[in-house]
Design a protein around this ligand. Structure first.
Ligand SMILES: [Zn+2]
Length: 435
């Protein structure tokens, strides 16, 4: 046993050195480079990539001769984008009920089928330049962790996944209307918290399964149950000892206040946030992931869900309310992290449907570079990963994309026109010849 361990330690120390010896340099010439930390565009920069890492950023003049060069002088180069709220192991039709579909999935969709379907959805993010996703539950028993590992080991292609495992929630989870004798089904999808002590243990179970982040449901609306401040606090304290961030799904104003009081790192959705909650979030730099959609997406969704054309007034009201909420948060100084939460099948790939978040933030009045920062540096920072992803900087992972167009003055069509995608230093897609 000791010998095996000794061998593993030696192997893990020595193998990177052997690999580096074989790695060649790639130089990327960027006409414009988005500096996601400074939130500004730099002109004519040269990025040196070696293996999976970014080594340096210099001016064009420093390009040595006889090296492999990727010429992106006609493009804007960005860090790979991050969607901080996904559910790749879950999909429902627009006209389906969430609870009914969840039960159907748990009882009629095998884990094998669910993961295979999820892997196709995950890959579609990469197709649109989203090289990292934070997958926040509704993923069975750690199927998100399995998918992450399969991608990391190169078995399948897909974005870098930061997996939460099962959501920690009060009795019933988010699946409403389930009879008492069938509540055991909920345990297949959620980790039901029974007390502050149990909350501590639930985090340890998640740590033991190698999750990257802890996701809780501060409330379970329309189920009436919710986690107490003491339970959330126990989750946060335990998670922080393992350097894991905790983010809370919050629908009601009270649950958001409870989560903030208990010390969470982020709030997901936050449909109803009181001024006092926003002030406290700004003070403690607790991030908000606003998960809304654009007007055109909502119209498509409503049609698929079976609404008539004269029944769509609610869309404008909903979007207006969410825009006001987003701008109140921004004005208070709450960090905004971009996340889509798209899990409805709107008859396009999941990755394509999720880039609609850029449309929503733009329609809501956010400036293009601010939107980019929310989907790169700020997102990575609030995951403790700003030295690895979301920032083109020495020692970061070489997740690099390029877009064609004017990112400042023609944001939407430019961000949808990703022509070059590199993940882990490997070119995943290169469509420069066509644009
Ligand atoms: Zn969600």
């Amino acid at each position: 046993m000791f010998k095996t361990l000794f061998f593993l330690v030696i192997a893990s120390i020595s193998s990177p050195a052997i690999l580096i010896g074989q790695q060649k340099n790639i130089y990327i010439k960027a006409g414009f480079l988005y500096d996601s930390k400074q939130n500004k565009l730099l002109k004519n920069k040269l990025i040196k990539v070696q293996g999976t890492k970014i080594i340096s950023i210099d001016d064009f003049e420093s390009l040595p001769i006889n090296n492999e060069v990727i010429d992106l002088t006609d493009y804007t180069v960005l860090p790979g984008l991050i969607d901080a709220h996904t559910h790749v192991l879950f999909s429902q039709d627009a006209n389906e009920d969430f609870a009914e579909h969840s039960i159907q999935s748990l009882t009629m969709e095998s884990d094998a089928l669910r993961v295979l379907r999820g892997s196709k959805r995950a890959k579609s993010y990469l197709d649109h330049g989203i090289t990292s996703i934070k997958d926040l539950g509704n993923s069975g028993s750690y199927l998100d962790v399995a998918l992450r590992d399969a991608i990391n080991e190169g078995t399948i292609e897909g974005p870098r996944i930061f997996a939460s495992g099962p959501i920690l929630a009060a009795n019933g989870g988010q699946v409403y209307g389930v009879l008492p004798e069938h509540q055991n089904l909920i345990d297949l999808e959620y980790r039901i918290i029974k007390s502050p002590d149990d909350a501590k243990n639930a985090v340890r179970e998640h740590v033991n399964q190698n999750v990257d982040v802890i996701k809780i449901c501060a409330d379970n609306i329309p189920n009436k149950t919710y986690l107490t401040v003491e339970e959330i606090n126990s989750i946060v304290k335990t998670a922080h000892t393992y350097h894991l961030k905790v983010t809370a799904h919050c629908v009601t104003s009270q649950s958001a206040w409870n989560a903030v009081e208990a010390g969470v790192d982020g709030i997901e959705h936050g449909f109803n946030l009181a001024d006092s909650t926003l002030t406290k979030m700004a003070e403690k730099q607790i991030f908000l992931v606003p998960t809304e959609n654009s007007k055109s997406y909502m119209n498509t969704y409503a049609k698929l869900a079976g609404y008539n054309d004269d029944e769509l007034d609610w869309i404008d009201n909903y979007i207006n309310k969410m825009e006001v909420r987003l701008n109140r948060a921004i004005n208070k100084g709450v960090p905004i992290v971009a996340g889509s939460d798209n899990y409805t099948d709107v008859k396009i790939s999941r990755g394509k449907s999720s880039i609609d978040m850029f449309n929503y933030y733009f329609e809501a009045g956010m400036k293009p570079l601010d939107i980019l920062q929310s989907s790169t540096y700020i997102s990575a920072f609030h995951l403790n990963k700003e030295n690895e992803i979301g920032y083109i900087n020495p020692q970061a992972i070489a997740d690099i994309i390029a877009v064609k167009g004017d990112i400042v003055n023609d944001f939407i069509s430019t961000i949808e026109n990703v022509v070059f995608i590199m993940k882990d230093g490997k070119i995943y897609n290169d469509k420069r010849g066509f644009y």
